[in-house]
Design a protein around this ligand. Structure first.
Ligand SMILES: [Zn+2]
Ligand SMILES: [Zn+2]
Length: 268
């Protein structure tokens, strides 16, 4: 593994702002983290999507210097989120400096049996927790753009409110609307897929200083690895695609997206 000094000597580095190391099956989290460091990934944000996953996330952040954590309950499990779960997350945030966001939380209307009401209640609880603690929210929005916006518009004027739409799946018009509301946009390997015209158009149109990159590993492996298990080390493919679309160097794409993430999540 590269030491921090060696990393700093390199001209640029990447930050994987959304990964699930705890869901990787074909290698250990240690191996995935080491391989990422070898590919110039300076930080990995491990995202909690259940209470169990949030506990794992905190465990990794404690164990690995270059891993940060988020804690939250995904809309798939929103029906199992109540006061007790809220208390658990709240106390995790209070006691761990390396928790840099609340989430992932939001809406998922793709083959999700959980009611809209449960998803909304859970989402709102996460947003309010994030505001209370002065950290951002990592939002999951799948086939739920208007519902997501309808909730978020109630918070855009709140002082501590900061949010990112992870695995952005809207079109360019929706992205511009989100940016107007002060939101950030995070792209996965989906932008590298040959048929992802709408995603590529979205990257083209929105300013680079609003963009983060993420693998969402073990899901959504980028084009050269499509269909396989995904790892944080593959985040470079997403930066490469952004560089290509925006006609800038890989170095610039890496530097700016990394700085965006460091500022937003207050990584240090
Ligand atoms: Zn998600
Ligand atoms: Zn995720």
């Amino acid at each position: 593994m590269l030491s921090e000094n060696q990393l700093e000597e390199k001209e640029f580095y990447f930050i994987d702002t959304h990964a699930h190391l705890d869901m990787i099956k074909n290698k250990t989290p240690e191996a995935a983290i080491r391989e990422a460091a070898d590919e110039n990934v300076k930080y990995i944000i491990n995202v909690g999507s259940s209470i169990e996953g949030s506990l794992k996330s905190v465990e990794y952040a404690k164990k690995f210097k270059n891993v940060f954590a988020t804690v939250g309950v995904h809309p798939h499990y929103a029906n199992r989120f109540g006061k007790r779960q809220e208390k658990i997350l709240d106390s995790l945030i209070k006691n761990n400096k390396k928790i840099v966001a609340v989430g992932e939380a939001g809406f998922d209307f793709f083959e999700n049996p959980v009611s809209k009401q449960d998803q909304q209640r859970t989402f709102i609880s996460h947003i309010e927790m994030a505001i209370t603690h002065g950290i951002p929210v990592a939002i999951h929005d799948r086939e739920a753009h208007s519902e997501t916006i309808n909730i978020l518009k109630n918070y855009t004027a709140v002082k501590n409110f900061k949010a990112v739409l992870h695995c952005f799946s809207g079109d360019a018009g929706f992205a511009l609307k989100c940016i107007e509301m002060g939101l950030f946009i995070s792209f996965t390997g989906v932008i590298t897929f040959k048929n992802a015209k709408s995603a590529k158009d979205t990257v083209k149109i929105i300013p680079l200083d609003k963009i983060f990159i993420e693998t969402d590993s073990p899901y959504l492996a980028p084009q050269p690895k499509r269909g396989q298990e995904n790892y944080p080390s593959y985040v470079k493919y997403i930066a490469q695609e952004i560089a290509k679309i925006k006609e800038i160097s890989l170095q610039e794409a890496a530097k700016i997206t990394s700085k965006n993430a460091e500022d937003f999540f207050n990584l240090k």
